[in-house]
Design a protein. Structure first.
Length: 109
């Protein structure tokens, strides 16, 4: 029984880096090319509170390339607000339909 558990755990450990690299790739490369990108400001309150980390946001982009809406998927609320403020100014290349783009922004002091 212990051998089966050990084999199962080793199998999971062998597959985990491959699955993690696929997930990171999905976040790193959006479907549409970004034409205009604005770097988000690191909020002063986050600096004072020593808050850092990543923010993941699902952005709905209109066919003309402008941002239509956001859906924060993770991150500290103070950092999410700053990320959304910057993403409002981003522009993507035109497309024939609306698309969802998952963007991950990292905040470090």
């Amino acid at each position: 029984m212990k051998t089966r558990i050990a084999v199962a755990l080793l199998s999971l450990l062998a597959v985990q880096p491959f699955v993690a690299s696929l997930a990171a790739q999905d976040v790193a490369e959006p479907d549409r090319r970004i034409v205009t990108k604005v770097v988000p400001e690191y909020p002063n309150i986050a600096r004072a509170m020593h808050i850092q980390g990543s923010v993941r946001i699902d952005v709905l982009v209109e066919p003309n390339g402008k941002v239509k809406s956001f859906d924060a998927k993770g991150g500290h609320p103070v950092l999410v607000q700053s990320a959304e403020d910057a993403l409002r100014q981003w522009k993507w290349e035109p497309a024939s339909h609306e698309t969802h783009q998952v963007i991950e922004l990292r905040f470090t002091p």
